[in-house]
Design a protein around this ligand. Structure first.
Ligand code: DSN
Length: 422
């Protein structure tokens, strides 16, 4: 593998080219288990690196503030039509730069600073932008937060309802970043209706599962669907907001001119390609395989003596609770990294430790499934994780190096989409 697949880059900026080449090797050789990451296809990668990059196009198709939009309009209109078709929505805005700006646009569309908003607490599995204190959404708005039950690790819908009726928030967010279980959108919709709140489903993590029919869709239940495009959906780094026609104007106005300037047209093109790929039967199979792999991995981890938040998973994500082990999340995550297994340390609900040094490790199966690993490989993956955590406890660097060699060996047999063959 060499930087020569980017010859112009290599010639102009060999130093930067060497970083990209090294990242290609890293992504090819390691077992990537961060549940919010994936591998885009070569086609998405190409679309994301086109001359569409060179255009400014504030506005929307047919209504721009710059000329020369003949092709850009077609690109954006295609992405919009594909999003509408894939998710079955009236309206789609494909311009948000990423998930946080997408969510901020929702606030701008429906709330005023100081209004009460409600979301899942970050340490319980929510997202910063769902009204958590350190985020602008928690300082400009009054965030109230729900969580999961201590005994089950599941969302307590009765507590969500009580809080919503007590607080009558302007917005309620459902969805998050560390939720291993199916979200009951109908239950949230009932609560939002009673509380008179706008309901937003942030499906960034599970958008690909929804597109592939491996998780129920929120579309018939919520006012707005917010999603990134680069997680299970396997597109470029970007985001979309989808809604019924009645909210279309408010959403569009909030994204532009409310919050953003010119859309990133090269990303819009990548999103269009990813949406096309996600509409194929092979993507339906992919989405179901992601879940089957996660369930098999969860079962194998339980057999290896790990505690899992909520006892397992219904989706692509597993939250390992290491409070019963000798190794906290950060030390485990760093040891796993040295073993070629890339995860992130994460808080677990009711974590006795601090967020920067928490008790959990968050893993998921989108990336390994994109490489073709299946349920039969999951006991081996669980065994590697168990041996790595054990090695971390003992400070056994040799054991970690041995696991890394095994990981590199297996991954060489499963080429990653979008990457050169190792
Ligand atoms: N950073 C994303 C994740 O890893 O889940 C959420 O924004």
């Amino acid at each position: 593998m060499s930087a020569s697949r980017h010859p112009a880059l290599l010639s102009t900026d060999p130093e930067l080219a060497s970083f990209v080449a090294a990242e290609e090797v890293l992504q090819a050789q390691t077992l990537r288990l961060i549940p919010s990451e994936n591998y885009v296809s070569a086609a998405v990668l190409e679309a994301s690196g086109t001359v569409l990059q060179n255009k400014y196009s504030e506005g929307y198709p047919g209504r721009r503030y710059y000329e020369g939009q003949q092709n850009i309009d077609r690109v954006e209109a295609l992405a919009i039509e594909r999003a509408k078709g894939l998710f079955g929505v009236d309206h789609a805005n494909v311009q948000p730069y990423s998930g946080s700006p997408a969510n901020l646009a929702v606030y701008l569309a429906f709330a005023k600073p100081g209004d009460t908003v409600m979301g899942m607490a970050l340490p319980m599995g929510g997202h910063l932008t769902h009204g958590w204190g350190v985020s602008a959404t928690g300082s400009w708005f009054r965030g109230v937060q729900y969580g999961v039950r201590a005994d089950t690790g599941l969302i307590d819908y009765d507590a969500v309802r009580d809080l919503a009726l007590a607080e009558r928030p302007k917005l309620i967010f459902c969805g998050g970043t560390a939720l291993p279980r199916t979200i009951d959108f109908a239950a949230f919709a009932e609560i939002a209706r009673e509380a008179g709140s706008i309901l937003v489903a942030d499906v960034a993590h599970i958008a690909g599962l929804i597109a592939g029919g491996a998780h129920p869709s929120p579309v018939d239940h919520v006012d707005v669907v917010s999603t990134t495009t680069h997680k299970t959906l396997r597109g470029p780094r970007g985001a979309m907001l989808m809604c019924r026609e009645e909210h279309a104007k408010a959403i569009d106005k909030a994204v532009f001119p409310g919050l953003q300037g010119g859309p990133h047209n090269q990303t819009t093109a990548g999103i269009a390609v990813a949406l096309h790929e996600a509409a194929q039967p092979s993507f339906t199979a992919y989405a179901h395989q992601v879940v089957a792999n996660a369930k098999a991995l969860a079962a194998a981890l339980l057999q290896n003596g790990f505690d899992l938040v909520s006892g397992g998973t219904d989706n692509h994500l597993i939250l390992i609770d290491l409070t019963g082990k000798d190794v906290p999340g950060k030390i485990a995550a760093k040891a796993l990294d040295r073993a070629g297994i890339v995860v992130n340390y994460n808080t677990v609900p009711f974590d006795p430790r601090k967020p920067f040094d928490p008790s959990g490790v968050r893993i998921g199966t989108p990336s390994l499934t994109s490489r073709g690993l299946s349920t039969e490989h999951m006991p081996l993956v669980a065994d590697w994780i168990a041996r790595s955590v054990d090695a971390a406890a003992k400070g056994d660097e040799q054991a970690l190096a041995a696991i890394r060699a095994e990981v590199t060996d297996l991954m060489a047999a499963f080429p990653a989409p979008g990457l050169p063959l190792s």
